[in-house]
Design a protein around this ligand. Structure first.
Ligand code: BEZ
Length: 224
């Protein structure tokens, strides 16, 4: 079954992009990476998504995340579409965006990475690429995957939020609870013993009493 599962290494594919030919591992380098796919160029939802992604480029860069998009049309199409995306953002209609767009004309990568949406087809009956979000860590392993159908646009605030959670929980023994936002309290991971937790989290560990008597809801202020 093609596709990528959490913990899988990113395939080291070569591809033509709006910023030249890339090899994916070289592109990622030692950074975090986000790969987001699109059904087609010159489509309305994709244009709004790429516009937002471009406006958020500084936020991703601040988090050491390299961005790359993928769509099934050609590099010349991507470049022409980029002018529309910049115009949609109220900018000069230039061909440059702050990240490359992969040209996956024959859908080879989309098939390999499990990105096709069987419900959305082009005029020849070929399935379009769905809206996938893959976040890779500096070890090039898949840390998060979200799969939306072509007809539902992504929420880039949520994507930044999950990057913040992934980066925090990669380095601290915490997990982020429902609707967590940066700055909110976090949960101590269940595998950490109480004594160790007290040492690791000097700001304090606060437990909520529950009918079961089990002390598993352990909060601590977000560690630095
Ligand atoms: C869009 O980006 O607007 C779109 C693309 C494919 C199917 C539906 C919507």
């Amino acid at each position: 079954m093609p596709g990528l599962l959490l913990g899988d290494e990113a395939p080291d594919f070569e591809a033509d992009t709006t910023q030249g030919r890339i090899r994916f591992h070289d592109f990622l380098g030692d950074s975090w990476g986000i790969l987001f796919s699109h059904p087609r160029d010159f489509t309305p939802v994709c244009t709004t998504e790429l516009g937002r992604a471009a406006r958020l480029a500084a936020e991703f860069s601040k988090r050491n995340v390299k961005m790359i998009a993928l769509s099934i049309d050609s590099v010349p199409d991507h470049l022409a579409w980029s002018k529309d995306i910049n115009a949609y953002n109220g900018e000069q209609p230039e061909e440059t965006l702050p990240f490359p767009i992969i040209a996956d004309k024959n859908r080879e990568l989309a098939v390999k990475l499990g990105m096709l949406d069987p419900d959305e087809r082009d005029k020849d009956g070929m399935p379009l690429t769905a809206r996938v979000v893959f976040v890779f860590g500096p070890d090039k392993k898949l840390k998060l995957s979200i799969l939306y159908p072509a007809t539902t646009g992504r929420n880039f605030d949520e994507i930044l939020r999950v990057v913040d959670s992934l980066q925090l929980t990669a380095y601290k023994k915490v997990a982020t609870p429902v609707d967590w936002k940066p700055g909110d309290s976090v949960m101590v991971v269940p595998t950490l013993a109480d004594e160790e937790a007290k040492k690791l989290f000097p700001k304090g560990v606060f437990t909520k009493d529950l009918p079961s008597g089990k002390k598993y809801l352990r909060y601590t202020p977000q560690p630095e």
